[in-house]
Design a protein around this ligand. Structure first.
Ligand SMILES: Nc1ncnc2c1ncn2[C@@H]1O[C@H](COP(=O)(O)OP(=O)(O)O)[C@@H](O)[C@H]1O
Ligand SMILES: [Mg+2]
Length: 384
């Protein structure tokens, strides 16, 4: 770089800028160098060391570093102003390669400390604002994408649900319709057959009604129906449900306990419904003569409800599916008569548990029995 090229290049720079020889002689100074205390033309030809209060060795080391580096090297010096007072400057120096073979030159840009401080403060502020705006934008876009994804998933689930529901409703309807048509077409059929067709029709109508009730319960959950949460003693809910079920459970031993005092924030009716779903499954999938035990304990700051049965159990490959809507184990595995169900019970149970900020899972061994476990956060009286 020639001094002329340097001047053309640095004319518009607001900071004093110098072109130095490797020895530290000023070859050119841009117009802004006037701020250093003397006209640029008077700087030309002087040695940098004569114009500063900075120790010569220190400055020489710095210039050598600039010459050896491929980048801008930050540094500092004290320039002697018109009245020979030292003024601190930050500087940046870089090697400029003149024509091939000639010695290296140094481009040195100076910034007074106050100026640099103010500029940096402003720059930092701008950078902060930009970063904040950017972060905000990323958050907003992320949230938007997330809610779009959620919406798509909900719509998919809804479509699947309607599809499955129609499918599930069709079987009992077809059977009901068939039985009623038989009854209509053969008014003089034998009494025994007539009774059977009627019994079948009632059975299917009940099944339809159960399906519709379960579907309504889930639809309310999908619609985001919020529960009314209040302090509830889970152990008392369990005791009440089990006691009222005792009379209905004739072919199984049903035992209650342990019953730790467990206060949770919950909806008493829904929790009762949850317990009933789990008991119903235990009874339905346990052959007569088996036993069922239900209890509540306090474990790790949580209330733990367990319903244990000695029934047919669930195959390991089926276990991941039990909470899916309409899912039921292969009927061939359910020995004897199909106990009838909608496949929605555990979906409803899970919805209730999630509304209470809890978790639910099944532990099972095929042929040995199943344990349904629910964990709900305990609520101390103060937090309730
Ligand atoms: N205690 C249990 N023992 C064995 N299998 C169970 C038990 N609880 C649930 N299951 C299996 O999980 C399936 C889904 O349960 P659920 O959603 O309550 O539907 P449903 O009882 O109406 O069939 C049941 O059909 C059954 O195959
Ligand atoms: Mg069930």
């Amino acid at each position: 770089m020639t001094p002329e090229a340097f001047l053309a290049f640095t004319k518009v720079l607001p900071e004093p800028s110098l072109l130095l020889s490797a020895e530290g002689r000023i070859l050119a100074a841009n117009p802004a160098s006037e701020r250093l205390g003397s006209p640029p033309s008077r700087l030309k030809g002087r040695l940098l060391f004569e114009l500063v209060a900075t120790p010569r060795e220190q400055l020489e080391r710095y210039l050598a570093t600039c010459l050896g580096s491929g980048q801008m090297v930050p540094g500092g010096l004290e320039w002697l102003d018109g009245e020979q007072r030292p003024r601190p400057y930050r500087c940046e120096g870089a090697a400029v390669r003149p024509a091939k073979g000639s010695p290296g030159l140094i481009f040195l840009r100076l910034r007074s400390k106050e100026e640099a401080g103010a500029r940096f403060a402003l720059l930092n502020q701008k950078i902060d604002e930009l970063t904040r705006a950017l972060r905000q934008r990323i958050r907003t876009e992320g949230a938007l994408r997330e809610s779009q994804r959620h919406l798509r998933e909900l719509m998919e689930a809804q479509k699947r649900f309607v599809n499955d529901a129609a499918h599930e409703l069709r079987a009992p309807l077809t059977s009901l319709q068939g039985n009623l048509e038989v009854l209509l077409s053969f008014p003089h059929m034998p009494e025994a057959e007539r009774q059977e067709a009627l019994r079948d029709a009632v059975h299917e109508a009940r099944r339809l009604s159960r399906l519709v009730n379960d579907m309504l319960a889930l639809a309310r959950g999908d619609a985001g129906a919020a529960l009314q949460l209040a302090p509830v003693r889970l152990d008392r809910v369990l005791r009440e449900v089990v006691e009222s079920a005792q009379g209905l459970v004739r072919q199984h031993r049903l035992s209650l306990g342990p019953l730790d005092e467990a206060l949770v924030r919950g909806d008493g009716d829904r929790l009762g419904q949850l317990v009933l779903q789990l008991l119903e499954n235990a009874v339905k999938y346990t052959p007569p003569g088996g036993s069922i035990a239900a209890g509540v304990r306090r474990v790790d700051e949580e209330a733990e409800l367990r319903v244990v049965d000695t029934g047919i159990g669930i195959a390991p490959e089926d276990l991941p599916h039990v909470f899916e809507r309409f899912w039921r184990a292969d009927r061939a595995r359910v020995r004897g008569e199909d106990p009838g169900g909608t496949g929605l019970g555990l979906s409803i149970a899970r919805w209730i548990v999630e509304q209470h900020g809890g978790r639910i899972w099944l532990e099972s061994e095929l042929g040995e029995g199943t344990t349904a476990v629910v964990r709900l956060p305990l609520s101390d009286a103060a937090g309730a």
